[in-house]
Write a protein that binds this ligand. Structure first.
Ligand SMILES: NC(=O)c1ccc[n+]([C@@H]2O[C@H](COP(=O)([O-])OP(=O)(O)OC[C@H]3O[C@@H](n4cnc5c(N)ncnc54)[C@H](OP(=O)(O)O)[C@@H]3O)[C@@H](O)[C@H]2O)c1
Length: 137
């Protein structure tokens, strides 16, 4: 099992604007979807999951099996499961024999995985021509 954290970030370490926009170019988004499709599952923080769901972002990634980390338990959907912690997310990945999962943000979720030393690989798409502010990786 391998866990890869992959994020789009400005060179100075911002991952979104203060109102949660991620104003990357079409080419950057396309590259992100291509990368995301190589994984068997995606792990998301509850806020990012809600944002992605609203704009059908998961569809563009081919509707991967999705694990949402949240302290608020939610009902099970067919392809989406809610867990209470990063460690529980890892447990699900192992139980389902998933070999290759993407940690897809946002900042809080990524920080939790980093602090608990649960990441095997780290990847960035850097977008340096726009200096956006607020959400730091
Ligand atoms: N640039 C990129 O590649 C990229 C990718 C994804 C997201 N983003 C941006 O990131 C921002 C969202 O990030 P965020 O930090 O605000 O939110 P987030 O990490 O997406 O979600 C935070 C929520 O996830 C749950 N959570 C996270 N860590 C947890 C832990 N260790 N244990 C239990 N629950 C945990 C909690 O949910 P509950 O409150 O339900 O307990 C928490 O409130 C948005 O602006 C989004 O656009 C950028």
């Amino acid at each position: 099992m391998q866990l890869t954290l992959y994020m789009t970030s400005t060179l100075n370490g911002y991952i979104a604007t203060e109102n949660d926009d991620t104003p990357w170019s079409t080419a950057v988004w396309k590259s992100y979807y291509t990368i995301a499709k190589k994984f068997n599952a995606i792990i998301l923080g509850r806020r990012t999951y809600e944002m992605m769901k609203e704009v059908n972002e998961l569809e563009k990634m081919g509707n991967p099996f999705t694990i949402v980390v949240s302290t608020t338990k939610s009902p099970l959907h067919s392809n989406v499961i809610f867990v209470m912690s990063p460690k529980e997310a890892v447990k699900v990945i192992k139980e389902k024999n998933i070999t290759n999962a993407l940690i897809g943000g946002g900042g809080k979720l990524n920080a939790s995985f980093m602090k608990q030393n649960l990441i095997d690989k780290l990847g960035f798409v850097e977008k340096f021509e726009r200096n956006i502010a607020k959400h730091r990786l």
